[in-house]
Write a protein that binds this ligand. Structure first.
Ligand SMILES: NC(=O)c1ccc[n+]([C@@H]2O[C@H](COP(=O)([O-])OP(=O)(O)OC[C@H]3O[C@@H](n4cnc5c(N)ncnc54)[C@H](OP(=O)(O)O)[C@@H]3O)[C@@H](O)[C@H]2O)c1
Length: 267
């Protein structure tokens, strides 16, 4: 959960309210969150530095998942960073800014297109990441913004423990992929679970939320939890109120008629 929303607008620069960002991180972990998704290119560096300040020394059960494969331009742009030197530097920057000796999970973020997966070979960067794993700097490897073909290719080079792709109620291209990863015991971690920079809006969603006495965002998260057992949630927030609301989703059960209605959403 959490970090994309913590830095400034466009995931660039310092947070609007540094104290609030630290409070969200601390309350998340004290409320039982044991999975935080981050990257040193958030900020850049700032999100990892906030995580370290708020949470280090880290509780043993906390898994911090990072990602590499991009860097930021001075204007906040996202630039592919797939060379051997850039990948190694990104791992070292994550270790340094998080204050860790080893990164528990690192996702290789495909950047052939920043917005959607493109079927092109990831062999070269994955080979570098697997070397960093053998050297002990990375424990486990995942992939992000990838196609089923890239995942199959990746699994020939190293064990892939998770896939982080764009998926939510209104964006369901990965339906078959989620099922096949579940079959193989691989976690699927949807990014933009609430719609990202443009939070989900739908009359069906709002209607169901009102019926259940919940908020639309809670229903959107509950739908993901209901969707498949291999889905792990990482909703981003910079707000304590939203954090509490999102955590309460864990006890929200969706009746079957609501699930059927939600299946009709295309936004
Ligand atoms: N692999 C990738 O390429 C990739 C890309 C994007 C994101 N990510 C990861 O995915 C995580 C989630 O993505 P995201 O944060 O961009 O998108 P998101 O979780 O879909 O949406 C976050 C947005 O929803 C708002 N929000 C959160 N809870 C809410 C609530 N209960 N009610 C109303 N609004 C709420 C947040 O605003 P407030 O701050 O006001 O709560 C923020 O604007 C990130 O933390 C990041 O680690 C990965």
């Amino acid at each position: 959960m959490v970090p994309c929303s913590l830095p400034g607008q466009g995931v660039f620069g310092p947070p609007k309210d540094r104290g609030a960002a630290l409070a969200v991180l601390r309350e998340a972990v004290s409320s039982g969150v044991d999975h935080i998704d981050t990257s040193d290119f958030y900020g850049p560096h700032i999100t990892n530095q906030l995580i370290r300040e708020a949470l280090s020394p880290y509780p043993a059960e906390l898994v911090i998942v990072s990602k590499i494969g991009a860097r930021r331009g001075g204007d906040g742009s996202w630039i592919p960073a797939f060379s051997r030197e850039e990948l190694a530097q990104a791992v070292h920057d994550n270790l340094h800014n998080l204050g860790l000796d080893v990164l528990e999970v690192v996702n290789l973020r495909s950047m052939f297109n920043a917005h959607h997966p493109v079927d092109a070979s990831l062999e070269a960067p994955l080979t570098v990441l697997a070397e960093l794993q053998r050297q002990g700097e990375v424990r486990q490897i995942g992939l992000s913004n990838v196609t089923p073909t890239q995942i199959a290719e990746g699994r020939k080079h190293c064990e892939i423990v998770c896939v982080q792709n764009h998926y939510n109620l209104a964006h369901r291209e990965d339906d078959a992929l989620i099922n096949s990863l579940g079959h193989d015991g691989i976690a699927y971690v949807p990014f933009f679970p609430l719609g990202g920079f443009k939070p989900l809006q739908s009359a069906i969603l709002s209607g169901i939320a009102a019926r259940l006495g919940a908020t639309p965002m809670q229903v959107a998260l509950a739908w993901l939890l209901h969707r498949a057992p291999n889905i792990l949630l990482i909703p981003g927030t910079s707000s304590l109120a939203h954090l509490r609301e999102n955590l309460a989703t864990a006890s929200l059960r969706l009746p079957e008629d609501a699930v059927r209605e939600l299946a009709a959403i295309t936004i």
